[in-house]
Every structure is written in structure tokens, then in C-alpha cells.
Design a protein around this ligand. Structure first.
Ligand SMILES: Cc1ncc(COP(=O)(O)O)c(C=O)c1O
Length: 389
């Protein structure tokens, strides 16, 4: 099925992050707070938590999909298991399915082991020669972490007072730093705020940038957006603008653990990125599972509607308790605690609930991923108890 371009429906350090969270929970380490740096011990400990302890936690920290992949996707992955011993085997039609979805040729599609790999490829390609990445703070930090690893500089602009991304400020930063800007990163909707950049502002950004500065537009949460002011930026790729759109199967298709994402870009940019692409990084189960997910629009819509309904119910309950929530267009939201979030995050850990890390400078805000209705009941009960004390 082809996605209409005006479509309305629509962790790297993951290992270290999880280690840090679990460390904080007493799984044998005093890890740093998630996102505040990861030491090699924390990284090595990731995934070594016993299954029963992990399963008992309400995991509202990584914006995962709590429902797991639809049955159709599980069946496709089971079917593909017979290729587990092969290298170059049928890919389930994943590249063609993505290309057809967006109305582009397969030469415009880059597959990655999660969209994180696409973000890394963009960084490696466009931050050579000490070029800078321009974006906002807070946003999805992966691009900044990769830039640090490359010894590239990042220009991190503050969000506006209403938690929206400041497009004129991004344009000014690019102009001021021209020709040293490697690319602009626009997370739309933004993580951790859940706020969209309206389509007219995306256009304002693209129209105002020097033509040689590529823009990486991260649409990881595209499928959850309801606001008609939002639009995917894929049509800009079709126009041949220097835009790379990144998408993931981790959220809507619940394949975070399988690692599948992709980038859509004009062939001129694909050619520049090609030397850094690892054609073997995506495993065969993910490919078949992803292709099945794209076919199962009914299954994905059901999950999306359930998540949106649960988010609205939870945020209404928080508002009724007197806590302001930033309007979200995603499967997570930020609530203003009116106090530093760190002790509250710790309080949730005591209740067996993992919530998002601190996102400086939004120190009083807590990011919460939308889990199942039962998990959100648990979250609300813990919230009331923690905030009372
Ligand atoms: C905005 C954003 N982009 C990309 C990713 C990475 O997703 P993936 O699992 O596809 O690497 C995430 C994960 O949380 C995200 O929030």
C-alpha cells in the first residue's frame, strides 16, 4: 500500500542506557543516570538482567511499543528463520515495499539496523572535516553523541519558551556558521517533547538554507501524529531537495529489538553516504518482519489507536491532578512536575517503573512513554504516591 505524502496517520547507546537504568535499579551496578554518560562496565552489563526481573518492570522509558509486533509480523519472521544460516538470501521484498510506500525508486532507500544506523551514516558522511551539526536541545541525542565520537562540533539551540523548535534560530545559526555546517538535524515530531514542527515551518527552514546544507529529518514518530499542521517531508526528497528522511520500525511496528529503520534521500546524497553503508547490518528476520508490517496496515492502525487513546486518558488524568502536559503527537509525553525530575525518576524506580531520563535544560519535566492501559494505571498510582511525598 502506498502512503499518501500528505499522510495524517499515520538507542544507541541503548545498551549503555539500559545498563544505566538497570544499574540504578540495583542490578549489580551503580550506573550513571541514563544519558549522563556510560562507562564500559555499564555497557557490558546491559542485557544481563534476569528475564523475570526485567519482565516485571513497567518499561515507560524508551518510547517502545508495549504490544509487540502484530501476529502477521511474527509469522513472517518465523517463516524467515530458515534463512538464519544464509548471507545473500531473499529479503522479503523490504526495499521494494518501502520504495512503493513512498512512491520512490529503490535507489532512494537506505536500510539500517534501526534508524539510529541511518543517523550515524548521515553523521559520518556529512561531519567530515570538522563540520558542525545544527539542531536543538533537547532533542534525540543520538546525533550529538555520534558527532562527539567523530570529534565534530554540535550547535545546540534552545527550544522556544513554548517547547517548540525555533526555526529562525536554526536558520541564523547555519548562516552564522556557513560554510562549516555539515547538516541540520530536525526531529519531527521532536523527542523528548512530542511536539511537531508544522509543515509551513519545515518549508521555511528548507527554503531558507543554503542549497548545499543537507537536512536530516527524523520522523521516528510520524505514525502517531494527528495534527493536520504536520506533514511528512518525503515529498521534498521527490523534489530533489537535500533532505534525508529517517523512519523506524521500532515504534509503530514494535520491532525495536529487531533493529530496522531506513532513510529516503535523493540519489546524489545516497551516493555520498554509500561508502559508509553496511549492507550486512540488517538481519533477515527484521527484513521479513518489516515487509509484513508494511502490509498489515490494519494491525498497525489498531496499535496506534490504542496507544493514542491510552496517552489521552493518562494525560487527562495528570491534568486533572493539576500537572501541565506538553501537547504530544507521539507515543510519549512530557509532564511538568514543578520540581526537579531526578528524585521523581528515582521514586518510580522504587515502584518498579522505568520512566525517561532527565532532559536538561528541561529539568522539571518527566518524559513518559505510553505503555498498556494496565501499565499506565500503575504509573498514575505511583505518580500520586510519589508526588504526595
Ligand atoms: C527521534 C528518534 N529517532 C530515532 C530513534 C532510534 O530508533 P531505532 O530503534 O530505529 O534506532 C529513536 C529511538 O528512540 C528516536 O526517539
Amino acid at each position: 500500500m502506498k502512503e499518501s505524502n500528505g499522510n495524517k496517520i499515520s538507542r544507541r547507546r541503548f545498551a549503555g542506557g539500559m545498563a544505566a537504568i538497570l544499574g540504578g535499579l540495583g542490578f549489580g551496578m551503580n550506573g550513571p543516570v541514563l544519558g549522563q554518560g556510560v562507562d564500559p562496565k555499564s555497557r557490558a552489563a546491559a542485557g544481563r538482567v534476569p528475564m523475570s526481573e526485567y519482565d516485571a518492570l513497567a518499561k515507560l522509558c524508551f518510547n517502545e511499543n508495549p504490544y509487540g509486533p502484530p501476529a502477521s509480523v511474527q509469522e513472517a519472521m518465523t517463516h524467515a528463520f530458515k534463512y538464519a544460516n544464509r548471507y545473500m538470501c531473499p529479503d522479503g521484498g523490504i526495499v521494494d515495499a518501502i520504495a512503493a510506500l513512498h512512491g520512490v525508486g529503490p535507489e532512494h532507500v537506505l536500510l539500517g539496523a534501526g534508524s539510529t544506523e541511518i543517523l550515524d551514516i548521515v553523521g559520518t558522511t556529512f561531519l567530515a572535516d570538522h563540520k558542525k551539526v545544527v539542531s536543538v536541545e533537547p532533542t534525540f541525542g543520538s546525533v550529538y553523541e555520534h558527532a562527539t565520537g567523530l570529534q565534530a562540533e554540535a550547535i545546540r539551540l534552545p527550544l522556544r519558551a513554548d517547547a517548540q523548535q525555533d526555526i529562525p534560530a536554526i536558520l541564523k545559526a547555519v548562516t552564522d556558521n556557513h560554510p562549516h555546517v555539515g547538516f541540520v538535524y530536525l526531529c519531527n515530531p521532536n523527542n523528548p517533547t512530542g511536539a511537531i514542527v508544522p509543515k509551513n515551518e519545515v518549508k521555511q527552514l528548507l527554503d531558507g538554507l543554503p542549497p548545499e546544507v543537507p537536512v536530516l529529518i527524523d520522523e521516528a514518530y510520524h505514525h502517531f501524529v494527528e495534527d493536520p499542521a504536520y506533514a511528512t517531508s518525503v515529498p521534498y526528497v521527490l523534489e530533489g531537495r537535500p533532505v534525508i528522511v529517517a523512519r523506524t520500525f521500532s515504534k509503530i511496528a514494535a520491532l525495536a529489538g529487531m533493529r530496522l529503520g531506513y532513510g529516503i534521500a535523493p540519489t546524489s546524497l545516497i551516493q555520498k553516504m554509500e561508502p559508509y553503508v553496511d549492507n550486512m547490518s540488517v538481519n533477515i528476520l527484521a527484513k521479513w518482519g518489516g515487509a509484513a508490517a508494511l502490509k498489515d496496515t490494519e494491525g498497525l492502525n489498531r496499535v496506534r489507536n490504542d496507544i493514542l487513546q491510552t496517552r489521552k486518558k493518562t494525560t487527562s488524568a495528570l491534568t486533572a491532578l493539576g500537572y501541565a502536559v506538553i501537547p504530544s503527537e507521539t507515543n510519549f509525553f512530557m509532564v511538568n512536575l514543578r520540581q526537579n525530575a531526578r528524585p521523581v525518576i528515582h521514586g518510580f524506580r522504587q515502584h518498579g517503573i522505568l520512566v525517561g531520563r532527565p532532559f536538561p535544560p528541561m529539568d522539571d519535566y518527566l518524559r513518559v512513554s505510553v505503555g498498556t492501559p494496565a501499565e499506565m494505571e500503575r504509573f498514575l498510582a505511583a505518580f500520586e504516591s510519589i508526588m504526595k511525598t
